[in-house]
Design a protein around this ligand. Structure first.
Ligand SMILES: Cc1cc2nc3c(=O)[nH]c(=O)nc-3n(C[C@H](O)[C@H](O)[C@H](O)COP(=O)(O)O)c2cc1C
Length: 458
């Protein structure tokens, strides 16, 4: 019997506490050469997609720029378009905010990326948890949480309508008859909702996938419902087996409640991988990397995100501070999603963990932020990845590493072949488009029910 196929993507992390940008093996986080190396490696491994996150404001701490955290992230569309030109099969997934962009522009840019790449575009729809970002768009604290999802819903509906406004056969480009379009009936649209009231003609022909693949990243109940009803895949942060499984079961039941087949929505947590020739070597390597990821300054800043106050006088190698968090004070760290809903409870839990295990503040932070899910030999890591998918905790992973861009090479060269040997990962791309490779049904036209095409690979 054919085993369920694992979906694999690769993310390019940027500068933050997941990476060690100062490692001698780390390349530039902004040069084209880095993105090109990363993309070519992922495609060599026949991975499903490349994934770029997005940050629309620099992070600051007490009013000064915090340069250890995602500096100078280049524009997603430009990076993905340039990567489309040097790759031929891999999907190109961009995180783009639905709060600060106009649907018409979003539809045009993603349709164009899909056209240029021959059907490989994907949009990770995020609403952004960060009202401060609005200042960059002269909107101040633009839209509360509920309104952001209502805007996301309408945006996606309108974008899909725009993508549907051109017939698949609208461009005839008949030179002999001097006729470019089949008829004048292209791009016609009208939409009136709570957020948007627009009508006109959409400029961009229907793209190879019709609708680029839709991803979503968000975790509140409204975020999960939005994803369950409208997305093809979800990027999640739930990586440990039990939490990943709980998220998977919750979201898949929401998909069923939304009247869709749970298999239609793929769940893909991010995962960092650290390899060694032996388990001990992998653990040592992980300990060393992790120590550098959470350096003393980073430990303080991550604690400040919980305490919402200046902790620069606290010794990171001393105990978790006995100070009260001040969640209601003006934000001390700006530009980052909140780490906790309940700062007092989180601070108490950190203190308890420190006391119980005799850990310093820095060690507690390291414990809490240990993002390396898979630490082991290529064989044991392949086993674990296989187990998560077989036992229903994920449909795959979006893989990163602490160095860019060369960190992915190890994974592609040493882990992927073992997944191929097990029969759970492809050795060749199944189809031409990202939808084909992910086993996703072609989109229905606006207003028509979605159709599952059983001939598509799964
Ligand atoms: C795994 C994950 C990754 C995310 N990545 C981004 C990102 O790259 N850029 C961004 O602006 N927001 C990102 N977000 C935040 C989303 O914008 C999301 O909308 C936000 O968390 C608020 O929605 P929620 O309350 O449903 O989580 C991410 C969220 C999650 C859970």
């Amino acid at each position: 019997m054919t085993r369920k196929q694992i979906i694999l993507g690769a993310y390019f992390p940027g500068v933050n506490h997941d990476t060690v940008w100062s490692d001698p093996a780390s390349g530039s986080h902004i040069d084209f050469a880095s993105f090109a190396h990363w993309a070519r490696t992922a495609e060599r491994g026949k991975l499903d997609l490349l994934f770029l996150a997005e940050g629309l404001r620099l992070r600051d701490r007490g009013g000064a720029i915090f340069d250890q955290d995602v500096v100078g992230r280049p524009d997603t569309f430009t990076v993905l378009a340039s990567l489309a030109a040097i790759t031929s099969h891999i999907g190109l997934a961009g995180t783009i905010n639905s709060t600060y962009n106009e649907p018409y522009e979003l539809a045009r840019k993603f349709a164009t990326l899909d056209l240029l790449s021959g059907g490989r575009a994907a949009w990770n729809v995020v609403t952004s948890s960060d009202a401060d970002t609005g200042e960059n768009f002269r909107r101040g604290g633009f839209l509360g949480h509920h309104q952001r999802y209502s805007r996301a819903r309408e945006t996606l509906e309108l974008v899909r309508r725009l993508w549907d406004s051109w017939g698949s056969d609208a461009v005839v480009a008949d030179k002999d008859a001097a006729r470019f379009l089949r008829d004048g009936d292209v791009g016609d649209f009208a939409f009136s909702g709570e957020q948007f009231d627009v009508s006109g003609r959409f400029t961009t022909p229907r793209s190879p996938q019709g609708h680029p693949v839709i991803l979503q990243a968000g975790e509140s109940p409204s975020g999960r419902d939005f994803a369950a009803a409208h997305s093809d895949a979800i990027f999640s942060r739930y990586q440990k087996f039990d939490e990943a499984k709980a998220f998977y079961d919750d979201v898949k039941s929401r998909v069923a409640k939304a009247g869709r087949n749970p298999d239609e929505v793929k769940i893909l947590p991010s995962a960092a991988v650290v390899l060694g020739d032996t388990l001990d070597e992998a653990r040592d390597r992980h300990a060393e990397i992790h120590h550098r990821q959470v350096d003393p300054q980073t430990a303080i800043v991550l604690a400040e995100m919980v305490w919402n106050r200046d902790l620069s006088r606290v010794d990171p190698d001393g105990p978790v501070p006995d100070l009260d968090p001040t969640p209601d004070a003006p934000k001390w760290i700006r530009g980052r999603a909140p780490l906790t809903q309940d700062a007092h409870a989180t601070a108490a839990a950190w203190r308890e963990l420190g006391r119980e295990k005799n850990l310093s503040l820095r060690e507690v932070v390291k414990h809490v932020f240990d993002r390396a899910v898979f630490v082991g030999t290529p064989e044991s890591v392949a086993d674990e990845i296989d187990r998560y998918v077989r036992d229903g905790a994920t449909d795959g992973f979006i893989v990163g590493s602490h160095v860019s861009p060369s960190g992915l090479d190890e994974f592609v060269d040493r882990v992927v072949p073992r997944l191929v040997d097990r029969g759970v990962f492809r050795s060749e791309y199944a189809g031409a488009t990202l939808r084909d490779n992910l086993g996703l049904a072609p989109p229905a036209r606006f207003g028509e029910p979605r159709r599952h095409d059983s001939s598509v690979a799964s």
